[in-house]
Design a protein around this ligand. Structure first.
Ligand code: PGA
Length: 244
């Protein structure tokens, strides 16, 4: 069984390649308005909010008052060294990055990432105590080396690429398909890890996934996370009944 702490519902804001420092500051100010701040504080045991910010903003998020966790949207296959342009796990860890998206479909599509690369990224993350959020559309996209690691160190996200919002238009996957897919993956992988869903999650549809999919432990929210009000509305609907 996944430990109690891990039963928190994980809500990841994937800002992708968006937001200047000024825009992030304005977002935070609105998101952490007093009543929201109080609500979040009262629900910290049930919800974990994670910001998958672009590399340029990770430092900005390090502020000491900050209660949510940080994720990077990618990680290097290399450790520190002469790899111009790369951001290795050791440097991410230094900025208190706790999670890392690995193998997002946009990285597979635009940067040619394949499972061989993703296996190396997974290794780098785990070696540095960064929890990987492995993004996959199908079982075949889940790297084989997940078997080398304990399930409680892994998070797997089902993200059918056709469900990802385009230019602000949502094309969500049917909740029944998400449910069946997660059940199938858990059975075939035989892994007691956390499973997330990502793809057009928004305030109108998030509850449908929660109600339908027992195995669901969280969301990765792209477009709807760019607006603090929409993102907060999703978070509020994600409270799970605590098991006794
Ligand atoms: P979306 O993106 O919520 O905008 O569909 C999700 C993702 O790609 O992580």
């Amino acid at each position: 069984m996944i430990a109690d702490m891990e039963k928190k519902f994980l809500v990841v804001a994937n800002w992708k390649a968006n937001k200047t420092v000024e825009e992030a500051r304005a977002w935070m100010k609105e998101f952490y308005a007093e009543e929201r701040w109080n609500w979040l504080k009262n629900n910290l045991e049930r919800i974990e909010v994670v910001f998958a910010a672009p590399f340029t903003l990770l430092h900005f998020f390090e502020a000491p008052h900050f209660d949510a966790h940080l994720a990077s949207q990618d990680i290097s296959v290399f450790s520190t060294g002469p790899y111009t342009g790369e951001v290795p796990a050791e440097l991410l860890k230094d900025l208190a990055v706790r999670y890392c998206l690995i193998g997002h479909s946009e990285r597979r599509k635009y940067f040619g990432e394949n499972n061989a690369l993703i296996e190396k990224k997974l290794d780098q993350a785990i070696k540095n105590d960064i929890t990987p959020i492995i993004c996959a559309q199908s079982l075949e996209e889940i790297p084989a080396n997940i078997r080398n690691y304990p399930a409680d160190k892994l998070v797997i996200m089902y993200e059918p690429s056709e469900a990802i919002s385009t230019e602000g238009n949502y094309h969500p996957e049917n909740p029944e398909t998400v449910k069946r897919t997660l059940e199938d993956w858990q059975k075939k992988l035989n892994l007691d890890c956390r499973f997330l869903y990502g793809g057009s999650v928004n305030p109108e549809n998030c509850k449908l996934y929660i109600v339908n999919c027992n195995l669901l432990s969280g969301f990765v929210v792209g477009h709807a996370s760019l607006d603090p009000e929409e993102f907060f509305s999703i978070i509020k609907q994600c409270i799970l009944p605590l098991s006794s």
